[in-house]
Write a protein that binds this ligand. Structure first.
Ligand code: ISL
Length: 554
């Protein structure tokens, strides 16, 4: 019986290859995660989202799966997995995995069979079309998420291509084939029966493609996106997965939904829709991107940021449940984004309170709780992310792109910035490993690390720990209505959470300047239960000052 426990969860995302190296081969692994379960418990998290650990050639760090029912050997074994989930459950921590079924790796047995046998039974598992001009040109002009054509010639064919919305090694599955849907159900049952408590569903809104494979009007990015984003059978297939498998377990699903609208999310994760439970939408983290084009930045605007949150907080009320996140393995680190300042502790604390206390389920990405920063890579040669390499390829070929997309921006926006090894202490390789890791450790590890955070009661870690503790014990912060305040204020983000006869008020100065605000006189300092400063000035907010008030409604 489904109990909707996800609504009270505090979820911590682990990117396995960068979390903790248990066997000193330079790569994070399951034994390393097991070793850190007490750390997760002390922080107060109640659920872990584990990015892919399945067998994979690792072209996209595991988001290219070659065997859905086995573990990538350097991460460990299925037996290690069983130990991990048992220990997590004993610690009161649930575990959700990453379901990556829009595509498989081209190393998957199904795709390998297509390469070996002309009349393979698995050919219809994928999206394979004849090219134009006798196969000399791809079937159409659609562009993928990592830039470039979504088509790659089948090595064993003169005129056939397979679709890949991401890297060449990630062949899109044909979800219109009922056998593919049955395979996915089988994968779900396999992991649910091992005790997994749910799934984060990778780019799940891309699984259904339109049957019209004609060219589309060329756009700057993602030409043809109308044909593969939120496609015609998406809801039908999600309902089918839910009715046939997911609804039979006390689990939850959160879909990753790039370019989903508020209406899309109401459809995908509506309480009465029986499809997904939640959706990751990216409107708020696209706030400083050039209209969704991540690499073409845009000046941050607090007003725009507040409007986006108001839209989603009020828009989903009564329909679905919000996800709350400011970082993940694809996003730049939040310290230094959203008007905060790298190294400015007050700004990191202010951002934490502001996003964590909204209505919805909070997600914390590994390292966010200790203020891990951008990787500060010196050159593109240090970057390993396939997305960066594919964009660099196009950048080198198309001069105008090279003009608008500088090397500096390529480095700054690379997803590797969020994937540097977790910084545990000030020993060599930051306590992540005893050998040189797969990706350079951030050079700030002697300052920014778990050990220093644990030793300092005023650290960001302890602030997150306190925020989580309060959030878990206060029903109003779980059930309370989100009420935006002072929407026209260009420097202060303020809102309240109201439930029965109680309200919490969150006030955050998003700027590095001391400011006067008349509305502060309406708040009684005796009601203040948390702040990132020890002292306060009547009627004013210090730089990046945040305050949490709790009061009865008379
Ligand atoms: O960062 C993004 C969202 O703003 C996109 O570039 C992201 O790549 C896209 O949302 C899909 O991401 C997911 O699928 C990819 C994988 O590389 C990402 O790591 C994963 O989060 C392909 O599986």
């Amino acid at each position: 019986m489904k109990t909707n426990w996800y609504k009270e969860a505090i979820i911590y995302q682990i990117y396995p290859r960068s979390f903790k190296d248990g066997n000193n081969d330079g790569l994070g692994d399951i034994p390393g995660i097991i070793e850190k379960i007490p750390y997760l418990k002390d922080l107060g998290v109640t659920c872990v989202w584990l990015s892919p650990i399945y067998d994979s050639p690792q072209e996209d760090n595991g988001y290219d799966i070659s065997n859905y029912k086995d573990i990538y050997p350097p991460f460990g074994t299925l037996e290690d997995f069983k130990v991990m989930i048992k220990k997590m459950h004993e610690a009161g921590i649930k575990l959700i995995m990453d379901l990556v079924v829009n595509h498989t790796s081209t190393e998957h047995a199904w795709f390998q069979d297509v390469l070996k046998n002309k009349d393979s039974q698995y050919k219809d598992y994928y999206i394979i079309k004849k090219g134009r001009k006798n196969g000399k040109k791809p079937p159409n002009n659609w562009q993928g998420f990592f830039s470039g054509s979504v088509w790659e010639k089948l090595p064993n064919s003169d005129d056939e291509y397979y679709m890949h919305l991401f890297a060449k090694g990630q062949a899109d599955l044909n979800w219109d084939n009922p056998k593919v849907r049955e395979e996915v159900k089988d994968i779900l049952r396999f992991w649910f029966d091992l005790g997994v408590d749910g799934f984060r569903c990778d780019v799940i809104n891309l699984i259904s493609k339109k049957s019209d494979f004609k060219n589309r009007f060329p756009t700057l990015v993602l030409t043809g996106k109308d044909a593969f984003i939120n496609g015609p059978n998406l809801h039908k297939y999600l309902k089918e997965l839910n009715d046939d498998v997911i609804s039979k377990y006390d689990v939850f699903t959160v879909g990753e939904g790039p370019m989903t609208s508020l209406e899309d999310v109401k459809q995908l994760a509506g309480f009465d829709r029986h499809e997904l439970d939640m959706v990751f939408n990216f409107n708020h983290v696209d706030v400083d991107d050039f209209f969704g084009v991540k690499y073409l930045g845009r000046k941050f605007s607090l007003r725009r940021f507040k409007k986006i949150y108001k839209k989603w907080q009020l828009g989903l009320k009564g329909h679905s449940w919000n996800t709350l996140f400011i970082e993940n393995h694809d996003q730049r680190r939040s310290v230094g984004r959203f008007n905060t300042k790298e190294g400015n502790l007050e700004s990191a604390k202010m951002l934490a309170l502001t996003y964590l206390y909204m209505s919805g389920t909070p997600f914390i990405y590994q390292g966010q709780e200790i203020g891990m920063r951008q990787g500060h890579f010196k050159s593109l040669d240090e970057i390993v992310d396939v997305e960066s390499h594919m964009i660099q390829r196009i950048r080198n070929k198309v001069f105008p792109i090279k003009l608008i997309l500088s090397k500096k921006r390529m480095i700054e926006y690379s997803r590797d910035n969020a994937r540097t090894p977790m910084e545990w202490d000030d020993s060599e390789y930051a306590g992540f490993s005893k050998v040189e890791p797969w990706l350079r450790v951030n050079s700030d590890y002697k300052e920014v690390n778990v050990k220093n955070n644990l030793a300092d009661q005023n650290s960001l870690y302890h602030f997150y720990q306190q925020l989580i503790k309060i959030r878990k014990q206060e029903e109003t912060l779980n059930k309370g209505e989100y009420v935006p305040l002072y929407m026209n204020d260009s420097k202060v983000f303020a809102y309240k959470r109201v439930y029965q006869n109680e309200e919490f008020i969150i006030v955050s100065n998003f700027f590095d300047k001391q400011i006067k605000r008349k509305f502060l006189s309406s708040l009684d300092d005796n009601d203040m239960i948390l702040s990132n400063y020890d002292s306060h000035i009547k009627g004013e907010l210090k730089p990046y000052e945040c305050r949490l008030y709790k009061r009865k409604i008379i």
